[in-house]
Design a protein around this ligand. Structure first.
Ligand code: ATP
Length: 351
């Protein structure tokens, strides 16, 4: 068995301990949420500089995207909002997908933990979703073979399934998790999901201390809603991962809370867990800033800025658990009030 590659070497800090990271605000609520991140970082004296890159959704070329990718290659790390892909024309690829593919960000990790202060459908959830992030149903290989007949290709490879499974089991081992559940539809997609499942079963043999089981995607959705506490680490393909992530985020309090991490062997991109644009709520001071702030805290941990990560994380938790909530969580605070409360708690911690 090949040795597991180190997931991501922490980039060296340059210029007296400061890091430069790429900032992709994206569309919709992305720019305002990034504004809060910058404000809080500056307030807390975080030693991080941003290289801002806007991607014009109307551009008929990919120059902006290529520049963004070059910047991430240089900095190693990015914080990202959702990039808009307006065209539904065949051949126009989602820029979010293109970015993940170009940087080979083959794993998406979503650690879904309940906030005690949020009035959610289920309590005390602690599930880690490890999702394939570059192939599967997102291969974007579609064509109309004859008029009225469309074919869409789903690509599953042994090598990507294997490194993903290894990531999930290593994650479980290092973080004291007890069980990995492979989520699939191998009863119907016998070859593609069959390969994904089989590969995870083979990798599981190397981790006898971790229980491995598997579940069909449809049953998983039902089980997640009725009894989410049976799940520990969920290992799954790209589209099933997107669906399962949204189910769990919904159980926990919605799109505005959790952050997600995209890893490859060389680069890491942090973003809100459910990757929404939020076009309808943009510019109204109502978007929940927490998911993007959590992504920013994840980024600080990754860069080794533990002290600042902890101060900001505690301030976020205190704000949520004291009931200062935006409307998506059933509260009546606006985005600004949530950010102000977080800054108040940072001030108390620093003084
Ligand atoms: P898009 O194509 O725009 O990305 P989408 O289906 O991915 O669409 P959105 O419509 O952007 O997702 O978001 C889904 C739902 O989650 C919407 O009701 C949106 O208002 C809500 N939402 C997303 N992010 C937030 C947030 N930070 N705060 C509050 N609500 C949010």
């Amino acid at each position: 068995t090949p040795a597991i590659k180190k997931v991501m070497p922490i980039p060296k800090a340059h210029y007296g301990g400061r890091h430069t990271v790429t900032l992709l605000p994206g569309a919709g609520i992305g720019p305002e949420l990034m504004g809060y991140v910058k404000e809080i970082f500056s307030y807390a004296g975080v030693p991080v500089d941003f290289e801002d890159i806007d991607i014009d959704p109307n551009a008929d070329n990919n120059d902006d995207l290529e520049y963004a990718i070059t910047s991430i290659r240089r900095n190693g790390v990015a914080l990202k909002g959702n990039i808009e892909t307006r065209s539904r024309e065949v051949g126009v690829l989602s820029r979010n997908v293109a970015l993940r593919n170009e940087l080979d960000l083959y794993v998406n990790v979503l650690h879904c933990v309940s906030y005690p202060g949020v009035n959610s459908r289920q309590k005390n959830i602690d599930i880690v979703i490890v999702r394939q992030n570059t192939e599967g149903e997102y291969a974007m290989l579609e064509h109309e073979s004859v008029s009225g007949v469309v074919e869409s290709m789903k690509v599953i490879t042994r090598s990507n399934s294997e490194r993903l499974a290894r990531y999930a089991f290593e994650y479980a081992k290092r973080n004291g998790r007890k069980k990995v559940t492979t989520v699939h539809k191998a009863n119907i997609m016998k070859l593609s999901d069959g390969l994904f499942l089989e590969t995870s079963q083979r990798v599981a043999k190397e981790y006898p201390e971790i229980v491995h089981d598997n579940m069909i995607i449809d049953n998983t959705c039902m089980q997640l809603v009725s009894n989410p506490h049976q799940f520990d680490v969920v290992l799954t393909t790209n589209l099933y991962g997107a669906i399962v992530s949204n189910v769990v985020c919904g159980l926990l309090g919605g799109a505005g809370l959790l952050s997600g991490k995209n890893f490859g062997d060389q680069y890491t991109v942090f973003e809100p867990g459910t990757r929404n644009t939020g076009a309808k709520i943009a510019g109204k001071n109502i978007a929940n800033p927490i998911a993007m702030l959590n992504a920013a805290v994840d980024m600080l941990r990754h860069l080794g800025h533990k002290h600042h990560a902890t101060i900001i994380q505690n301030a976020i938790n205190k704000t949520i658990n004291s009931g200062i909530h935006t409307a998506d969580l059933g509260g009546n605070a606006n985005s600004r009030e949530v950010v102000d409360s977080i800054m108040k708690h940072i001030k108390i911690a620093v003084n």
